[in-house]
Design a protein around this ligand. Structure first.
Ligand SMILES: CCCCCCCC(=O)SCCNC(=O)CCNC(=O)[C@H](O)C(C)(C)COP(=O)(O)OP(=O)(O)OC[C@H]1O[C@@H](n2cnc3c(N)ncnc32)[C@H](O)[C@@H]1OP(=O)(O)O
Length: 195
């Protein structure tokens, strides 16, 4: 059985955020073993519903702790749209407060707690259908330039992501990134997604 991400069932006027990639383990619709989360921005918060299924089993009937951590990491990454900077997870800490049953919808909500130079502290909560918080996450993200992804990842995939984020201006974004220092400061023009 495959997790079916429900349409956005709660809240008001959320803005759907772009995928990290079609095969992203957290948000990619084309990853059959993925979590297929659909992330939304609601003011300074981001959220997504996740339904763990047989691909994500730990103990029988329950989600694997690593799958819960993956869902949190992916949603925390969407908070970068609020910060308007590219960054990567440096540390991630999960509190598993209660078992997470398969096939139940969990709403994960994340918010930036603090930003200091290149360091972003981002926190999330994950609640079951009755609103009970079953897990929380705290992470440190470190701001990086686009060169980080070009140097270490798949340049074609980065190009496609940028093309979506910049309305077809990936060429210019990548050209500009190539002229930037490796680690721009957040809040500067160089630190933004469009740089
Ligand atoms: C484009 C789509 C984006 C989607 C985002 C999805 C999020 C993800 O899942 S990313 C995947 C998992 N993460 C990774 O692959 C990251 C791998 N790690 C790295 O590449 C490097 O360690 C990297 C870039 C984070 C930092 O490298 P480097 O620049 O050498 O860092 P380093 O000098 O050690 O530390 C940088 C700063 O962070 C601080 N810092 C580092 N770790 C921590 C920590 N755990 N807590 C607090 N501060 C820390 C350091 O003190 C330092 O601060 P300052 O600049 O003030 O001196």
């Amino acid at each position: 059985m495959t997790a079916q991400q429900p349409d956005y069932p709660r809240g008001s006027a959320p803005a759907r955020l772009p995928l990290h990639s079609p095969r992203c383990m957290g948000c990619g619709p084309d990853n059959p073993a993925g979590l297929r989360m659909r992330a939304f921005r609601d003011g300074d918060e981001v959220n997504a519903d996740v339904v763990f299924d047989e691909h994500h089993v730990g103990a029988p009937g329950l989600a694997h702790g690593g799958a819960v951590a993956a869902a949190c990491d992916d949603l925390l990454g969407f908070a970068l749209f609020v910060a308007e900077t590219a960054a990567v997870t440096r540390s991630l800490s999960i509190e598993y407060l209660a078992p997470v049953p398969l096939h139940e919808t969990h709403r994960i909500t994340a918010r930036i707690q603090a930003q200091d130079a290149r360091r972003l502290n981002i926190a999330a909560t994950g609640a079951g259908p009755d609103g009970t918080v079953r897990f929380t996450a705290e992470a440190v993200f470190i701001v990086v330039s686009l060169q980080h992804f070009l140097r270490h990842g798949d340049p074609d995939g980065v190009w496609r992501l940028l093309d979506r984020l910049t309305d077809g201006n990936a060429d210019e974004a990548l050209r500009t990134a190539a002229e930037l220092p490796e680690h721009p400061q957040p809040g500067t023009e160089e630190g933004g997604w469009s740089s």
